[in-house]
Design a binder for this molecule. Structure first.
Ligand SMILES: O=C(O)CCC(=O)C(=O)O
Length: 259
């Protein structure tokens, strides 16, 4: 296994870190096709709102988040028993992709303890022009703050944290090439601007937990999957890994053999 200790050090210092060139161009093209397929299947949804509830029976989605190149890096953050809590495509279309207001992820999540990392997979190049993610480095040490409902301007979460707590002058743009991944802490303050460019900005958020983190919900959470290692007794129930079924997933390379 590669040594990811330098990445861990940066993550501890800044609350986020970038891995370049993680997934290959063919798989990234499959992810773009997946977004197009999901949008065709759910014409009522905005492309920023392709949520975890859509993934329970979607073999490609589970295949993508279980890619060993991702899980080998996830192990450096959560250890060798890895589960998925949630995953969500935030796809910003050209010219009208919505902002994500400043927030800390942990304020939204029913997890105990709050041991979780987000891997943010760039499905397109992600730049200031098309609304890349922005992070306030070092804010992972701030406690989780209350959320406020926000409808004063279009935004993906219809909520965010109190702007008075955010020193925007310290924000760093997380500029990525398609196939790169950034990793962020559940307490770090982050958000993104609208897409004012002529290009798509598709990104996939992937929330990984160690199997010792409890997902507090009734029944099985729709995107809870055991991805590597062992489940701990009495903590979470996991969905069965979906088989490829035409119509429930796009066909993908290796789908006949996918288990
Ligand atoms: O995709 C974005 O612009 C924001 C992502 C985000 O807020 C998150 O991963 O929690």
């Amino acid at each position: 296994m590669e040594d990811f200790s330098e990445a861990r050090r940066q993550f501890e210092r800044d609350g986020y870190v970038v891995f370049s060139n993680v997934l290959d161009a063919d798989l990234i093209q499959e992810a773009r096709d997946h977004v197009a397929w999901l949008l065709q299947k759910h014409p009522d949804l905005r492309p920023e709102h392709l949520h975890h509830t859509l993934m329970t029976e979607d073999a490609f989605w589970v295949r993508l988040v279980s890619d060993d190149r991702l899980l080998d890096r996830v192990e450096a953050f959560v250890g060798s028993n890895i589960a998925l809590f949630a995953s969500h495509y935030i796809s910003k279309p050209p010219h009208d992709g919505m902002a994500v207001l400043w927030h800390q992820d942990g304020s939204y999540w029913p997890l105990e303890p709050m041991e979780v990392v987000t891997f943010w997979l760039a499905v397109d190049d992600s730049t200031p022009e098309n609304g890349c993610m922005r992070v306030i480095p070092g804010t992972q040490h701030l406690n989780l703050q209350e959320l406020k409902q926000r409808r004063d301007r279009p935004n993906v979460l219809n909520s965010g944290m109190d702007d008075a707590l955010v020193d925007e002058s310290r924000a760093a743009d997380v500029i990525l090439r398609a196939g790169d991944v950034s990793v962020h802490h559940p307490n770090v303050i982050h958000g993104s601007n609208p897409n004012t460019s002529a290009k798509w900005r598709r990104g996939l958020t992937i929330r990984y937990i160690p199997t010792s983190t409890r997902i507090k919900c009734e029944g099985i959470h729709p995107s809870a999957f055991l991805l590597r290692g062992k489940a701990l007794p009495g903590i979470n129930q996991y969905n069965p890994r979906p088989r490829f079924v035409e119509g429930k997933s796009i066909p993908f390379r290796g789908c006949e053999k996918w288990k």
